[in-house]
Design a protein around this ligand. Structure first.
Ligand code: AKB
Length: 320
C-alpha cells in the first residue's frame, strides 16, 4: 500500500477548536492531506465530508501506529483533552487522558520523525498565587485544578522533548475560546459561548459565574490565526518552548451582557455561581503576551464588541 505523504493529523478534531482548525488546515494544505481524528464520528457534516476521518483514542498507541501504515505525517495537532470543570469530576481519569495522551503523541511523533507538533496549554496553568493582572510569561504557577496541573506538567514535558530529543513542539496558553461553529465541552469559560445562544433562543441567561468575574477570552478566528502563525513561524523565532502567553480581551459576565444588549436591549442576565466560580477565581484576569508579540508578531483582531457583532450575525444566520 502506498502511504499518503505530507499529511497533517488533527487529534481531537471534533472539539470546539479542532472542528474549526481542521477546516482551516484543509483550506491551506488540501482536503485530502488533513486527517481529522477523534474518539467519535463528527456531527458536523462539513468536517465529516470534506476529508479523511479516523477513529483514534489517544490512550491506545496502536491506533496511532495503525495510522502510520497509511499516512506519513509532517505535522500533528494534538488537541484532545479534558477541560477544567469536567476534570474536577474525575481527576484521575483527566490526569491519565491529558498526560498519557500527550506522551503517546510525543513518542509517536519522535518515532515517525514528524516535523512539528502543536499542543495547546491554557491560562489554567496559573493559580491563586499568580499575579492576576497582566500575568507575565514567567511567573508563579500553582494551578489547583487537575486540568491546570496537567497543562503545567505538559508544558514542562513539551520543553523537555524539544531540549532532549529535538522535537519541534509548539504551544499556546489559550484563554477562554468563543466561537459560533461548535460548543465548548466542560470548561469554566463556557458561559461566554452559551450566553450568545441563550440570548437568541430565550432572551435571558443564568450565568454560573458572578457578575464581576473578569477572565481573559479570545474569539475563535484570532485563536486559529495565532495557532497557524505560531506553527508557520521559522523555528529560530519560537523562543519559548514550554508555551506562549496569548491575549486578546478580558471581560466580565456583566460586560458581555452589556455588549449583547447593544443588539437586544431587553436581554437579561442573572447570576447563580456554582463550583466553577472557585476555578475562575484562581485564574488571571488579564495576560501579558509580549513574548508572542515580539517573537512571532502576534496581534489579535477582535475585541468584545466586534466579537459580539460577528457571533450574533452568524448565529442568527445558522438559526434561520
Ligand atoms: C476551560 O475553561 O477549562 C478552558 C480553558 C481556559 O482552558 N476554556
Amino acid at each position: 500500500m502506498t502511504k499518503k505523504t505530507n499529511a497533517v493529523l488533527v487529534i481531537g478534531a471534533c472539539g470546539q477548536l479542532g472542528s474549526e482548525l481542521t477546516l482551516e488546515l484543509r483550506k491551506l494544505y488540501g482536503d485530502a492531506h488533513v486527517v481529522a481524528a477523534d474518539i467519535q464520528y463528527p456531527k458536523q457534516a462539513e468536517l465529516r465530508e470534506s476529508g479523511p476521518f479516523e477513529i483514534v483514542d489517544v490512550l491506545t498507541p496502536q491506533h496511532l501506529s495503525e495510522l502510520a501504515t497509511r499516512y506519513k505525517f509532517k505535522q500533528i495537532y494534538h488537541l484532545a483533552a479534558i477541560l477544567s470543570a469536567t476534570g474536577e469530576k474525575n481527576p484521575k481519569f483527566a490526569w491519565r487522558l491529558n498526560m498519557d495522551g500527550l506522551f503517546n503523541v510525543l513518542d509517536f511523533a519522535l518515532e515517525q520523525k514528524v516535523e512539528r507538533v502543536y499542543w495547546p496549554s491554557s491560562i489554567a496553568v496559573f493559580g491563586p498565587n499568580t499575579p492576576r493582572q497582566n500575568t507575565p510569561q514567567d511567573t508563579i504557577m500553582d494551578p489547583n485544578t487537575v486540568y491546570g496541573i496537567s497543562k503545567q506538567a505538559g508544558e514542562r514535558w513539551c520543553e523537555y522533548y524539544f531540549n532532549k530529543y529535538g522535537l519541534d513542539v509548539r504551544s499556546l496558553r489559550y484563554p477562554g475560546l468563543i466561537g459560533y461553529k461548535a460548543l465548548p465541552g466542560g470548561g469554566t469559560t463556557d458561559y461566554a459561548v452559551d450566553i450568545y445562544h441563550q440570548a437568541l433562543a430565550t432572551g435571558t441567561y443564568k450565568c454560573f459565574l458572578s457578575e464581576h468575574t473578569r477572565l481573559p477570552m479570545m474569539y475563535m478566528p484570532d485563536a486559529i490565526k495565532a495557532t497557524l502563525d505560531l506553527m508557520h513561524a521559522p523555528a529560530e523565532q519560537v523562543k519559548v518552548r514550554s508555551s506562549y502567553n496569548l491575549a486578546a480581551m478580558s471581560f466580565t459576565p456583566q460586560e458581555i451582557a452589556t455588549s449583547i444588549q447593544r443588539h437586544y436591549p431587553s436581554f437579561a442576565i442573572t447570576y447563580d455561581p456554582d463550583s466553577r466560580q472557585q476555578i475562575a477565581d484562581s485564574w488571571p484576569q488579564s495576560i501579558d503576551d509580549l513574548a508572542a508579540r515580539q517573537d512571532w508578531g502576534w496581534r489579535p483582531q477582535y475585541d468584545l464588541d466586534t466579537m459580539t457583532d460577528d457571533m450574533l450575525l452568524h448565529l442568527k444566520r445558522i438559526n434561520n
